[in-house]
Design a protein around this ligand. Structure first.
Ligand SMILES: [Zn+2]
Length: 164
């Protein structure tokens, strides 16, 4: 197998922020392969990726405070945001895909919700908050943020769709 090649930064296509959950691995591999036809895609895969952004930048004052203090020393405490800074500031990417999924362990899975619609609505609120945080953080009007939901179908089959 050959890896390599030099790609100009302006040719990057997009950055994906997703949960590392391996059950979604096959569907995400296919999705990423399709997108990579338009150029390299930065792939940020972290447990409960959306939650990590919301935790550090929205949830509690002391976390926001700590993140802010470290940032004033040039340190980024959020791994997801650090990856995003590379994608946007170094690779010049303006297309961002945020992805959340059904039964995410970072939120104690589907069992934490009484109904499946409650779970999806909760994730939509989280992902919208993360998008808002990202917009505020980069202050780049060119950023296009797409929200994706990965749904669990029967027999452990996963499906990526727009959040609606
Ligand atoms: Zn997850």
């Amino acid at each position: 197998m050959f890896f390599g090649g030099t790609v100009a930064h302006e040719n990057f296509h997009a950055v994906v922020i997703r949960c590392q959950d391996g059950r979604l691995g096959t569907v995400n591999a296919a999705w990423l392969t399709e997108m990579q036809k338009s150029g390299p895609v930065d792939d940020i895969s972290v447990p409960g990726a959306i939650k990590e952004i919301v935790d550090w930048y929205g949830k509690s004052w002391w976390r926001r405070f700590l993140a802010g203090v470290l940032m004033s020393f040039g340190l980024q405490i959020s791994l997801v945001m650090r990856g995003l800074e590379v994608a946007v500031n170094l690779h010049g990417i303006t297309t961002i895909y945020l992805q959340a999924h059904r039964d995410c362990g970072a939120y104690n899975g589907s069992r934490a919700f009484s109904e499946s619609i409650t779970e999806k609505t909760f994730h939509l609120a989280q992902i919208k908050q993360a998008a808002e945080i990202i917009r505020k953080h980069f202050k780049n009007p060119k950023l296009e943020i797409h929200l994706k939901w990965v749904e669990l179908r029967e027999h452990d089959k996963w499906e990526i769709a727009d959040f609606s």
